[in-house]
Design a protein around this ligand. Structure first.
Ligand code: FMN
Length: 298
């Protein structure tokens, strides 16, 4: 029997495959069996509903997508009443990604969240006017937000980092110092699309977030750097499309990984990836993730 379980800092997963925030919503539960997933991160929610950015909000790139959703969501009350009860039906770890425009916002929203496996704190959204990347670039702000959230919750706190930080290792250390249980590395890369007809940026907020295979080597390197430099579990995110990408992330130091835009092209990718990891481990004679790399801290 192959054991795919992972556990770190009170986060326990049946396998290392987590669905990333923002790329799926409830209808996706009809396509993929959530009971088979290690975990899911529900899309960024804020204290109050947010309309998000004007359209267009997403477009393809040669090797992935670029988005400027602007964290459209129905707010934390809606999450608690309408979304969480439906997600709780599945035997998987549920995380919720939270977003605020101030430290106070993060602090207040974290008080309202319970009955999940952890909170993922988004200090890395590239396409919002206030907060987002500007928080995630500054170690003092990253520390202050992490501390404020940890003070208000007993749940594990994961901080989602931006690759736009000039020194992501320093930011990860600040999150550890603030009490984070893990970091996710990383959110989308900042990018631009120009509409050659209007001769203006395609997105209202100009900058978009680049995701997909284009960013895999860069994001993988961030995971490696943090894993080498800071004693904090890292959840890898960026450009994963198949089981070999997952193995690369685990070997680079990630404890688990998140699947994002791959599901736009291949909605069944999570199931295929889990099956292929099992197949690979069987072929190699590996019995657990420790055999691939030291992935389990008990
Ligand atoms: C359409 C879209 C919406 C996203 N929304 C969020 C979000 O609400 N919060 C967040 O932290 N990350 C969000 N992300 C980032 C993803 O969770 C993921 O970290 C990123 O896309 C990199 O992974 P990938 O290359 O596998 O897609 C979003 C990404 C996309 C493409």
């Amino acid at each position: 029997m192959i054991d795919l379980t992972v556990s770190f800092n009170h986060i326990k997963l049946k396998n290392p495959i987590i669905l990333a925030s923002g790329v799926w919503d409830l209808p996706y539960t009809e396509i993929v069996d959530f009971n088979k997933l290690g975990g899911v991160v529900y899309k960024g929610i804020s204290l109050k509903p947010r309309e998000g950015n004007p359209t267009p909000r997403i477009t393809e790139t040669p090797c992935g997508v670029i988005n400027s959703i602007g964290l459209a969501n129905k707010g934390v009350e809606n999450f608690n009443k309408e979304v969480l009860p439906l997600l709780k039906k599945f035997d998987t770890a549920i995380f919720v990604n939270i977003f605020g425009e101030s430290i106070e916002d993060f602090s207040r929203i974290s008080e309202k969240i319970s009955d999940v496996s952890g909170i993922e704190v988004n200090i890395s959204c590239p396409n919002v006017k206030k907060g987002g990347v500007s928080f995630g670039r500054d170690p003092k702000t990253a520390y202050a937000i992490t501390k404020a959230v940890c003070k208000n919750t007993s749940l594990p706190v994961i901080v989602k980092l931006t690759p736009a930080a000039s020194n992501i290792v320093e930011i990860a250390q600040a999150c550890l110092d603030g009490g984070a249980s893990a970091v996710t590395a990383c959110n989308t890369y900042q990018g631009l699309v120009i509409d050659i007809e209007s001769k203006k940026p395609l997105f209202d907020k100009v900058v978009g977030g680049v995701s997909g295979p284009a960013i895999k080597p860069q994001a993988l390197y961030k995971v490696y750097q943090i894993s080498e430099g800071v004693e904090i579990p890292v959840i890898g995110s960026g450009g994963i499309t198949n089981y070999k990408d997952v193995l690369e992330y685990l070997i680079a130091g990630a404890k688990s990984i998140q699947l994002g835009s791959v599901i736009f092209n291949n909605p069944l990718a999570p199931m295929e990836i889990i099956d292929n990891i099992i197949k690979y481990m069987n072929e190699k004679g590996y019995r657990n993730l420790k055999d691939i790399r030291e992935c389990i801290d008990e």
